[in-house]
Design a protein around this ligand. Structure first.
Ligand code: ADP
Ligand code: MG
Length: 330
């Protein structure tokens, strides 16, 4: 099999015979998908294109020898999570795949997983590149958002409450225990198949003041919002939402909260919002089957200059380590 046979066999699943691609969640049309020098997309008036790229490297972002179907689905979902964080709706994606050799069993599984989630999230594969080398997967995801609704990191004010969707800490706990036989199915799923909060992101685009997705640990990520607005984020340790599965696993509640603060891979949305609209947003989130929790408040910049502080139930400051994952930290 050569490079072109490979592309035709495994990566044309979103393209019909006439070259047009499948329906997109955002309602734009793809007028040309895989097979030409570029893809062509028709955009709706009044919308902006939201673009993001994430790379997953074998042995760094997923364990070596991991199931190809799960690798594909996770790669797609972490990119979709960035769209959700911006309040954008999926349009389509490109895949730059580097593989050490043509392993048809692996490619078949990878393609099946990718096609399944591309369909689920109405996000067609519209092009890419295929090269030989150590296994790595780069996805460039595109979405669209109405001009006034893009949710940025900048925009929060002192007094806004800080909220988070879902629960935190499940994925990092699962990753640490991935090879133990006793790990809960739900937690394994939370690591491999994070739920991109696309619908919630659209609600937040119109209602929240700032937001991002939690990929590197809530303390580090909320710090990005704080710094973008020259504020201090005050996070309430006791209000970090934890799943029942994590609470009934083999760690204490306090330790579960600790890993939830600094552990990455949750792909939940963290956002700031005027307290007056919280109830309304919570109602919309509930209708979408998604829990949201208040976890703190944005304050005027702390006299110590710290972007993030963490307090206990009595308001006492807790010592924290704000550094989440950093690829270049020595
Ligand atoms: P070019 O030489 O113009 O870069 P390629 O030979 O790399 O083109 O790719 C041919 C076509 O196949 C292009 O439309 C490209 O977008 C698409 N393509 C290549 N690799 C992939 C892939 N892994 N997934 C989806 N589309 C791909
Ligand atoms: Mg190429």
């Amino acid at each position: 099999m050569n490079e072109f046979d490979l592309i035709r066999r495994y990566f044309c699943f979103s393209t019909s015979d006439n070259g047009l691609s499948a329906k997109t969640a955002s309602g734009e049309s793809i007028s040309l998908g895989v097979g030409d020098d570029c893809a062509l997309v028709n955009l709706l008036p009044g919308h902006q294109l939201a673009i993001t790229t994430d790379t997953l490297v074998n042995g760094v972002h997923f364990p070596e020898g991991a199931d190809a179907e799960l690798i594909a689905r996770r790669a797609l979902r972490v990119n979709l999570s960035d769209l959700a964080a911006m309040g954008a709706t999926p349009l389509g994606f490109q895949l730059a795949l580097t593989i050490p050799e043509i392993d048809t069993t692996w490619l078949e599984k990878f393609s099946t997983g990718l096609a399944e989630d591309a369909k689920k999230f109405q996000c067609p594969l519209i092009g890419g590149d295929t090269t030989r080398g150590p296994l790595s997967i780069t996805i460039t995801m595109m979405g669209t958002v109405e001009k006034q609704n893009a949710l940025r990191r900048k925009g929060a004010s002192a007094g806004d409450i800080i909220c988070v969707s879902g629960t935190l800490g499940d994925a990092i706990y699962a990753l640490e225990q991935l090879f133990s036989d006793s790990l809960d199915e739900y937690l394994i799923r939370r690591y491999w198949l994070p739920e991109p909060r696309i619908q919630l992101g659209r609600v937040l685009g119109a209602k929240a003041t700032a937001g991002l997705d939690v990929s590197d640990g809530i303390l580090q990520d909320v710090g990005h919002i704080a710094r973008a607005n020259r504020l201090t984020a005050c996070v309430e340790f006791h209000n970090i939402p934890l799943s029942r599965s994590l609470l009934s696993s083999n760690i204490t509640e306090a330790n579960a909260r600790r890993i939830a603060l600094s552990g990455g891979d949750d792909y939940e949305l963290c956002f700031t919002i005027d307290e007056c609209v919280f109830a309304e947003v919570e109602k919309q989130a509930t209708e979408l089957g998604c829990r949201i929790s208040k976890i703190g408040r944005m304050l005027p910049l702390d006299e110590s200059g710290e972007a993030v502080i963490c307090v206990d139930l009595g308001g006492n400051r807790l010592p924290i380590k704000t550094a989440g994952y950093d690829h270049f930290r020595k």
